[in-house]
Structure formats: structure tokens, C-alpha cells
Design a protein around this ligand. Structure first.
Ligand code: PLP
Length: 377
């Protein structure tokens, strides 16, 4: 197998998805599995759907198209970023639903849906304080009215996204505000909103600790499923796996070296001037892994080892008491950003490992998905 290699433990992701799906289901909320950090990996999407999640959300149309090609027409695929005007035809072709905040785009989605002879679902995102995407609450009725007249467009629901840009915390107050907006829209326009999407992995504490979830009946979860953590303080969620991913890299140099550089010290390749404490000589290893493969800041080194620095293609480790051999493989824990970058890097081999304890069913699904992907070219 090629190196560096991202190893995905399908069994752990499946367990996380099953547990969250069940626990949130008991509280009246469906879970949309968010795959964007996996580059819309169809095998992982298949695992999430097999674990009982209600659908898949991704922010990129390329990812939605890839998953649609492998998974077929059955599962509900939602584009969770506002479509680009330049991509409306692709959006109505591959996504069942898209999240929207602009009437100009929804109007073009309507035109594209008519051209394609399809109906496209819309979820309107509402701004509740985080200042990323969202219609200001006072403007919501004004945008709903014309949407209801647009051909081939179905208003499916409303939603909000918090804690992404400003750290605005989902709580009883802003979630009740979302529920109140649902009630107001339903009353004003005599309709029922099927989807009320309350947020992302930052909503976990709210979902488990607040009793009354009002009208919220859907959460969009990526990090909580993939890493078993909530996204406000990155605390582990009880009973879930936090180590479904590891990044494995190979050692290409291992030497005793001083900790202090020598010569006249100016900027390094990234415009930084480092100051290093003199700790004498250390065991230093270089791995063939760098910023073009991952986000080095999100790597957790093996016990006893410390990451000293990373350039585009080299990761420098203080290996502590041990001196690994050239060609040795080292496995690192990773965070969300490193997963995102590793999945996106063409240099990183992706290996989905089925968990032996749960090999039946799912791995068949995974290999069926892989097979179908080949069949689709
Ligand atoms: C990325 C994203 C999510 C999922 O976020 P997690 O923190 O990974 O759960 C949900 N909703 C939207 C709109 C997103 O962009």
C-alpha cells in the first residue's frame, strides 16, 4: 500500500453513527450525516446510511455527484452550502435538496429544475447570530412568499448553522427562536415545514442537555460521527470512538542532531523565524509527510514523540528515547482539519478497513459501493 496512508476504521464510524442516530432519534431528531471532511467518500456515506441515518449532506456538488453515482437514486442527498449560480443545473440533477439564502439563486434553481423536469427541495437557512450564512429573521416571510410561487421548487424547511464562524453557541434561546419562526411561517402561509434543521456537531450539548427541542427534527453531523466529539469544546461524546482515523507515514531520515540551527537565521520557507530552546542533541526523524498531505497542526504523534516542525513535504519529529529505522511506519491520530486535507490530497492513499467484529453486511456494502464506483468509471 502507498504512503502516506489514511486508515479509516469503518466499524468505529458505523458504531458512532448508529449510537448518535439512536440517541437523537429518541429525542425526536433525525441525523443527516455530513461527509464533506471525507471528500464525499461514497464508501463512508454508505456506512452512514447503513447505520440508519436519514440522509447525507455535503457542501460540494462534486462530492454529491460522486456519491450519487455510487449510491444511486435512493438516498436523500442535500447540498448544505448555498449553490453557485454557475452550478444550478448540476445541483438539481444530483442533489434532492439544497440549503439557500438568496432568492436570485432559488429562482435559477427553479429554472434549472424545469429544464431537468425535476422538483428541487429548498431549506432556507436563517441567521441566528453566528454571522455566516442565513436570512435575517425579519426578512424570512418576505423571501418565502415568492418562493412558494416558483415552479418545480418545494420549500422543505428551514435551518440554521451556529458556532462555525463566531462561536455562537446553540442554546435554548436561539433554538426556540428557530422553532418560533417555523410556527410563524406555517401559520402565515398555511403550510407544514417538514425539515427543521437545528445545526451541526456544536448542537450536541443542547440536544442532550435541553429537554424541550421544540420543532427541531434534524441535525447535520460530521465531526460528532467521524470523531466522536462535540464541536464547542471538542469534548468526547460518551460511548463513541474518537480514533476512527489514523494517518500513517514513513521515515526517510533518522539521525542524532543538535536542537540549535546554525548559520545566520532568517525566515524559513513559510515566512517564520523560529526560536528554539537549546536541548543539546536529540534523536530526530523525518517522515515523508507534509503540508501538501495534511494539516500538521492536527497530528497527534505516537507516545513519547514530539512534532518539531513541518514543511511542504517533511515532518520533523523528536523521537524521544527511541530511534526508529529508515522505512518504519509511524501512525498519527488526526483532527477534523487534518482529515479534510488528507482526504483532499492526491498524495495520500485512503484505506477503509472493515472492523472484524462487524464484517458482515457493511463491508459487503462498502465493497459493493467500491465496485459500483468502478462500474461508473
Ligand atoms: C460542515 C457543516 C455541517 C457539519 O458540521 P460538523 O461540525 O462537522 O458536524 C453542518 N451544517 C453545515 C451547513 C455545514 O457546513
Amino acid at each position: 500500500m502507498n504512503m502516506p496512508r489514511l486508515e479509516v476504521d469503518a466499524g468505529k464510524i458505523s458504531t458512532n453513527a448508529r449510537l448518535l442516530g439512536k440517541q437523537l432519534g429518541d429525542r425526536g431528531m433525525a441525523v443527516t450525516g455530513v461527509t464533506k471532511a471525507t471528500l464525499g467518500c461514497p464508501e463512508i456515506a454508505a456506512i452512514l446510511l447503513d447505520a440508519g441515518l436519514s440522509g447525507i449532506g455535503d457542501s460540494r456538488i462534486e462530492n454529491i455527484e460522486r456519491m450519487r453515482a455510487v449510491l444511486g437514486g435512493g438516498p436523500t442527498l442535500t447540498l448544505i452550502r448555498s449553490p453557485m449560480l454557475s452550478q444550478v443545473d448540476r445541483v438539481v440533477r444530483s442533489a434532492d435538496i439544497s440549503f439557500n439564502t438568496e432568492l436570485a439563486i432559488i429562482t435559477q434553481l427553479s429554472a434549472a429544475a424545469q429544464r431537468a423536469g425535476r422538483t428541487h427541495g429548498i431549506v432556507l437557512m436563517v441567521e441566528l447570530g453566528d454571522l455566516r450564512e442565513g436570512i435575517m429573521p425579519d426578512d424570512l416571510e418576505r423571501i418565502v412568499r415568492p418562493i412558494l410561487t416558483l415552479p418545480n421548487i418545494e420549500l422543505k424547511g428551514i435551518g440554521t448553522n451556529l458556532a462555525c464562524l463566531s462561536g455562537t453557541t446553540p442554546d435554548a434561546v436561539n433554538m426556540a427562536a428557530l422553532s418560533a419562526l417555523v410556527g410563524a411561517i406555517e401559520e402565515t402561509f398555511s403550510l407544514t415545514l417538514a425539515i427543521v434543521s437545528g445545526g451541526n456537531s456544536a448542537n450536541i450539548d443542547w440536544a442532550f442537555k435541553v429537554e424541550d427541542h421544540g420543532r427541531i427534527n434534524d441535525l447535520r453531523l460530521g465531526e460528532a460521527i467521524l470523531f466522536g466529539r462535540e464541536a464547542l469544546n471538542r469534548n468526547p461524546i460518551a460511548g463513541l470512538h474518537n480514533d476512527a482515523f489514523r494517518l500513517v507515514a514513513e521515515i526517510i531520515e533518522a539521525k542524532r542532531k543538535p536542537t540549535q540551527p546554525w548559520g545566520h537565521i532568517a525566515q524559513n520557507a513559510f515566512g517564520e523565524i523560529g526560536k528554539v530552546a537549546d536541548r543539546g542533541e536529540i534523536s530526530q526523524a523525518i517522515l515523508a509527510l507534509g503540508r501538501q498531505d495534511c494539516d500538521p497542526a492536527g497530528l497527534v504523534p505516537p507516545a513519547g514523540m514530539t512534532i518539531l516542525a513541518a514543511s511542504s513535504d517533511h515532518l520533523i519529529l523528536d523521537t524521544g528515547g527511541s530511534m526508529p529505522m529508515i522505512g518504519d511506519e509511524l501512525a498519527f491520530g488526526i483532527d477534523y482539519t487534518t482529515l479534510l486535507r488528507a482526504m483532499t490530497s492526491p498524495f495520500v492513499e485512503k484505506a477503509i478497513l472493515a472492523c472484524p467484529a462487524s464484517r458482515t453486511g457493511r463491508s459487503e456494502l462498502v465493497s459493493a459501493a467500491a465496485f459500483k464506483q468502478k462500474a461508473n468509471g
